[in-house]
Design a protein around this ligand. Sequence first.
Ligand code: ADP
Length: 537
Amino acid sequence: MGWYDEFLNKYKSGISHEFLFYFNVRDLVDNSRHLDKYLYDEFIKQRGFSIVAFYDISRGLTFLDPSMEKEFNLITSNEAADLLHTLPSKIFPYIDMVLKSTKTVLFIDHVEKIIPSGDVGSMTLEERMSLIWICEWSSNIKISTIGSTIFMLADNLEDVSREILKSSFKVEPVLVELPGEKERCSYINYLLNNKNVKLDISLDEFAKLSSGLSRKSINDIRLRAEAENIPITFDFIKEKKHSVLKKEYGDVLEFIYPEISFEDIGGMDIAKNYLIKNIVNPVKSGDLRRVPMGILLCGPSGTGKTLLVNALAKASGFNCVKIDMSRILGQYVGESEKNFKKCLLGAKSQQPVIVFVDEIDTTFRRGESGDSGVGRNIFSEFLQFTGNTNNRGKVIFIAATNRPDLLDAALKRPGRFDKKIPVLLPGIGERAEIFEIIIGKYGFDTDIEDFIPYAEATENYTGAEIETIVRKAYEIANEDDKPGTAITGEILRKAIERCRPSTQEVEFMTLLAVKECDDLDLLPEKYQHLLEEKKDN
Ligand code: ADP
């Protein structure tokens, strides 16, 4: 566990005895004040703390066991016995006394309610007093000599007063991550041991599927299966994941469960080959240096960019999340920034993961991202996140756009979305393939064997438009409500006549995608002359 080691190092080196744990803190202390077994066994028990106490504003001060409360009362000469459920200003002086008298662990939960973020000037007197105690404890010699330790817990670092993180105090923030795959696997193993729960999937599958879930959520799955006396299935976990994600990340993070393979995509051989060679194969062989940090898929809408991402997720075995930036920015100021950070942490917790940002140009437009404070902060957060080379081969960013010309240049610099793959209109052979694939996908009957004539009649159509034609053909075939009607050549022709492509926009976007492309190997031959023309100009 990365976070635990980080904390332990800081603790052992004596840097601090007061820590601010944030993010996945419910795995440490849950809402019923159950303490994480690992933290208890490995840290508290081994170091012989005599008092373990919990405080938060709504529930006041409680203890891990009654003997500890007795000891607390003894040290405070029973003066605090009636004050356990009062505000910090009343009870903190007694806690202070105890921290300095005996080796104590104090958990201050929901610390953002005690010392919320914002200007110190606008804090209430109560909040300011709490802030003073908390800051004072961090650098108090008596507390460190006795060996008392304070753990503050908050879901979001941004919700807590910045004051305590100033260098004059010694509060150390520690990001508590969600459990990784290995950790989930051993936790699930421990959970299911000797319990009456049946698994409809393998342990490894459960561990893989539960990415992004805390141990608490995994345990909830087990408890529910047990209560309802049903086995744990793929859908069961998926449903839980959806509800957790919705609750934690609002509507901004969406899971994609890929059901599409590369074979289900017509044409696009160059793009497919690139992804297989540079991502799928290296990931499988463990040679992560080859894997690009980020890829920008450029091209008109409806040409299959989303499909490619899906197929890549399936072939690589990566999880896949989609970030809906427009929703993040739609939230009110302050909120959007906080949620964005959380959303990135959530996405990262899914690793190995493909993070997909569709229509990225609508969020990070050239020149605009620097305008407002919120925009700038979110943009620099995004740049930092996407440029973090520690994530290479574990987090792959894929963005799609039909207006690469509008994107902020910083995004396209080396080390971010530096591979630009044009996804353009299908050629004649590709269109024939797409017709066949889409008719197959819907399970429509047809007596057509050769789709080339129909591909000839659909120059300048996108894959999405071919899909519209096929659906239209099915509609025509079933106009008389006779069941089992097949799509004949005549019907398909009729459908083609009725659906027109949106040529003008597509031409413009094709040109933009070609202009953006800086690697001739990735550009289909029939478009290469456009790039030559660009050079000549
Ligand atoms: P984009 O992300 O580029 O806007 P999508 O991937 O969402 O396009 O494609 C829209 C729909 O069009 C897909 O769901 C699929 O049914 C169809 N489609 C587009 N291109 C292809 C293709 N090459 N092969 C098969 N279907 C395609």
